[in-house]
Design a protein around this ligand. Structure first.
Ligand code: TYC
Length: 113
C-alpha cells in the first residue's frame, strides 16, 4: 500500500506541512548524555568481593548487591547504574583500582546509555 490518501492540493500547505516547519523555533530541553556502568563476569573474582564492591561504590544494600552479583555471574554482565559521564568514569576507576589492589581480575566498564 504505497498510495497516499491525500490529493495534491492537500499537500501544498496546511498543518503539518513544510511552511509550518520553517517558522518553528527549536525548543527542546537539552539533557546531558547518561552512561551505563557495567560489571563483567570472570571465573576468579570471589562472589563476596563483588558484593562488597557493589555495596561500597554503588551504595547498594546487601540484598541488592547480591542480586546484581548473581545476575553478572549467570548472564555475563549487568548494568549496575546509570550516571553522568564524570560520575560513571569515577566509579569505573574506583572499581578497577580496588580490584587491581586486591589482585582480582574483575572488570568494570561504561557505555553511553
Ligand atoms: N563468577 C565468579 C565466581 O564464580 C563471581 C563473579 C560475579 C565474578 C560477578 C565477577 O562481576 C563478577 N567466583
Amino acid at each position: 500500500m504505497n498510495q497516499s490518501p491525500f490529493t495534491m492540493s492537500d499537500k501544498t500547505d496546511g498543518p503539518g506541512n513544510d511552511a509550518d516547519i520553517l517558522t518553528k523555533t527549536k525548543s527542546k530541553t537539552q539533557r546531558p548524555p547518561m552512561y551505563k556502568v557495567m560489571l563483567l563476569n570472570d571465573d576468579y573474582t570471589p562472589m563476596e568481593f563483588v558484593v562488597h564492591v557493589l555495596e561500597r561504590f554503588f551504595g547498594l544494600n546487601h540484598a541488592q548487591a547480591f542480586d546484581i552479583m548473581l545476575t553478572v555471574h549467570k548472564k555475563g554482565l549487568a548494568v549496575v547504574g546509570v550516571f553522568s559521564f564524570e560520575v560513571a568514569e569515577t566509579k569505573v576507576a574506583q572499581v578497577m583500582d580496588f580490584a587491581r589492589r586486591h589482585q582480582h581480575p574483575l572488570q568494570c566498564t561504561m557505555e553511553k546509555d
